[in-house]
Write a protein that binds this ligand. Structure first.
Ligand SMILES: Cc1ncc(C[n+]2csc(CCOP(=O)(O)OP(=O)(O)O)c2C)c(N)n1
Ligand code: SF4
Ligand SMILES: [Mg+2]
Length: 276
């Protein structure tokens, strides 16, 4: 087992040196417990960089889920709370309402958010709760050994669908972003991926905006991150990225599904055009 308590010290620059890359301050430096090629680590970094850049480390409170990121409290150097399976948006709601000046985020897997926590997710979104949700969709229950999740693809082989997910008996995968974007409550609903440098940059901008929205009081923002689980997909890290591109991205298209800022800009442009 990896020793998650072992931390890497923050680098200090010598007088004649310039630091060009370092660990975000909002990560503790504890070794990640994630498998090789798992994208949870990339997303942790993007969340931590966003918190650093917005200067809110001292007032951020994260809510960890169950699933492989259950130990997120070891990795984020901010105050953390632990929610029972699927209850992170409800716990985040309570924290935010009692600490309105805090910046509160829930970090959840697809089993956690889209299965047991579907009700909490939908209701936090429709209330327009002023929280940030980071949703890791890897199409599987990772931590418990690779059972089928609500997001597993049609035909996908998992421990509980050994002949492939049969939509006749197991139904169709939930497209959470599309579903939440139909609600009036959310300020931002965006789906991103972390399979390439270009997509990682887009993911970073989306995650940072989801935090900025909260700081500006704009309301509920959720970023769905299409992610890998090489271990339970039975693939190498590299092959897992190919599988993600070939199978997940066609079913879960990337993009912005709701953005109240973009809608406001469009309305403004329309008003100006009508006056011309
Ligand atoms: C109420 C409840 N039911 C089931 C479990 C067992 N359980 C723990 S983690 C997990 C799967 C989590 O999968 P996901 O949320 O997709 O996270 P991942 O590990 O894939 O990142 C399950 C079913 C639990 N802890 N609590
Ligand atoms: S089991 Fe899957 S989701 Fe969990 S750490 Fe390993 S690769 Fe990541
Ligand atoms: Mg999962």
């Amino acid at each position: 087992m990896s020793d998650t308590t072992k931390t890497v010290a923050q680098v200090e620059a010598a007088p004649n040196e310039k630091i060009v890359f370092e660990r975000p301050r909002s990560l503790t430096g504890a070794n990640f417990s994630y498998c090789p090629g798992c994208t949870h680590g990339i997303v942790h970094r993007l969340v931590a960089e966003s918190i650093d850049e917005l200067g809110v480390q001292d007032k951020t409170i994260g809510v960890a889920p169950v699933g492989c990121s259950v130990t997120a409290y070891d990795f984020f150097d901010v105050d953390m709370a632990q929610a029972a399976h699927g209850r992170a948006p409800a716990v985040a709601t309570g924290i935010k309402r009692t600490h309105p000046d805090a910046v509160v985020f829930a970090y959840q897997g697809d089993g956690d958010l889209a299965s047991i926590g579907t009700a909490e997710t939908v209701h936090a979104a429709t209330r327009g709760e002023n929280i940030t949700v980071i949703f890791i969709n890897n199409a599987i229950y990772g931590m418990t050994g690779g059972q089928m999740a609500p997001t597993s693809l049609p035909g996908q082989i998992t421990q509980t669908s050994p002949y492939g997910r049969d939509t006749k008996t197991e139904g169709f995968p939930l497209r959470v972003s599309e579903m939440l974007a139909t609600l009036d409550g959310p300020a931002l609903v965006q789906r991103v991926s972390v399979d390439s440098p270009k997509n990682i940059r887009t993911a970073k901008a989306a995650i940072k905006k989801a935090f900025s929205n909260q700081i500006e009081g704009k309301g509920y923002s959720i970023i769905e991150v299409i992610s890998t689980c090489p271990t339970n997909w039975g693939l190498s890290p590299e092959a897992a990225l190919d599988w993600l591109r070939e199978n997940m991205l066609p079913y879960y298209p990337l993009g912005v599904f709701k953005d109240i800022d973009a809608e406001a800009q469009k309305d403004e442009a329309q008003k100006e055009a009508n006056h011309e």
